[in-house]
Design a protein around this ligand. Structure first.
Ligand SMILES: [Zn+2]
Length: 61
């Protein structure tokens, strides 16, 4: 099972590897498309200096 980790400095989901973050990002995009929300977002993955994991940057930043 996948255990969801959180960033030590915030509510963001923490992914241990870039691959997992990229996969999660893809899932988000597919989910948005299925809901009819096909607006392009500047979402991407980035390395976190706080928890040394990977996060998704969303349009809220
Ligand atoms: Zn973090």
């Amino acid at each position: 099972m996948i255990t969801t980790e959180r960033c030590s400095h915030g509510p963001k989901v923490r992914y241990p590897t870039r691959d997992e973050a990229e996969t999660a990002l893809l899932d988000c995009r597919i989910g948005a498309a299925l809901r009819g929300n096909q607006r392009r977002r500047e979402a991407r993955t980035y390395r976190c200096h706080n928890c040394r994991g990977w996060h998704l940057s969303s349009s809220t930043y």
